[in-house]
Design a protein around this ligand. Structure first.
Ligand code: SF4
Ligand code: FES
Length: 259
């Protein structure tokens, strides 16, 4: 395949950046999108040019690092990660526009690489459990209703890629946060932090500058792990519950210590 690429090039965080055109030949339809970028980079290096910086690690759709916007869609035309997208999804001679995630809380570091540290800080605010995990326990020692186990597992598949933010017109991180909250708040191991988790994660999400959810649904359509939109409904339910619990606890404390 021969392709015309238009790629966002930006030397560093303070550079203005611009789209740059590249022609590429000899692309196999069986290459992954990242292998196509590797091929371009080999040519750029041989020509003495700066290769295109892009993020990647597992190349198996599980680490969440390879996010790019392809022809206006987060991760491209299929509901998968860029590393699992194959060039057969495109036509010979096609023009492909490649950009980094566009969201203020994900500033560009270089070319297609953005800083997703905002997600790490949201996880640090509550995306964990404090119950000692030890070695793998016997499967039936903690009983969990099947619907809860299934829903927790479905939400645990979130890989923190950020496509939901990139696809959302508001730059909202609600789907990501809802996946983490739903996963952990459904399980017995997640109960000690159930209230503080949702309060702190939502507070951190707002502090990072992510937008609010207005139910456009673009997040779930772009999510490579098909995190359901209902998870955001659950996040809102968990948040309302946490506010009620926190208000009640404060009232009890005020009664006990009137001064
Ligand atoms: S919810 Fe989906 S799109 Fe958003 S970070 Fe998780 S896996 Fe990526
Ligand atoms: S490189 Fe890990 S998900 Fe794509």
């Amino acid at each position: 395949m021969k392709l015309k690429l238009k790629i966002w090039r930006q030397r560093n965080a303070s550079d203005e950046g611009a789209m740059v055109d590249y022609d590429i030949d000899g692309v196999s339809p069986d290459m992954s999108f990242l292998e196509m970028l590797d091929t371009l980079n080999e040519k750029l290096i041989l020509d003495g040019e700066d290769p295109v910086a892009f993020d990647h690690d597992c190349r198996e759709g599980i680490c969440g690092s390879c996010g790019v916007v392809i022809n206006g869609d987060a991760h491209g035309p299929e509901q998968t990660t860029a590393c699992q997208l194959h060039m057969r999804a495109f036509s010979d001679g096609e023009e492909i526009v490649i950009e980094p995630w566009r969201a203020a809380p994900f500033p560009v570091i270089k070319d297609l690489v953005v800083n997703r540290g905002a997600f790490d800080r949201i996880i640090g605010a509550g995306g964990y459990i404090t119950a000692p995990t030890g070695s793998a326990p016997e499967g039936n020692s903690t009983r969990i209703p099947k619907p809860d186990a299934d829903a927790a597992f479905a939400n645990a598949t979130c890989i923190g890629c950020g496509a939901c933010v990139a696809a959302c017109p508001n730059g909202s991180a609600s789907l990501f946060v809802s996946a983490k909250v739903t996963h952990l708040n459904l399980l017995p191991q997640g109960q000690p932090e159930r209230t503080s988790r949702v309060m702190n994660m939502v507070e951190q999400m707002d502090a990072e500058g992510f937008g609010g959810c207005t139910n456009t649904g673009m997040c779930t359509v772009s999510c490579p792990k098909e995190i359901p939109f209902m998870s955001i409904t659950n996040l809102n339910k968990e948040y309302r519950r946490a506010v009620r619990e926190t208000t009640k606890a404060r009232a009890v404390q005020a009664k006990a210590n009137p001064s």
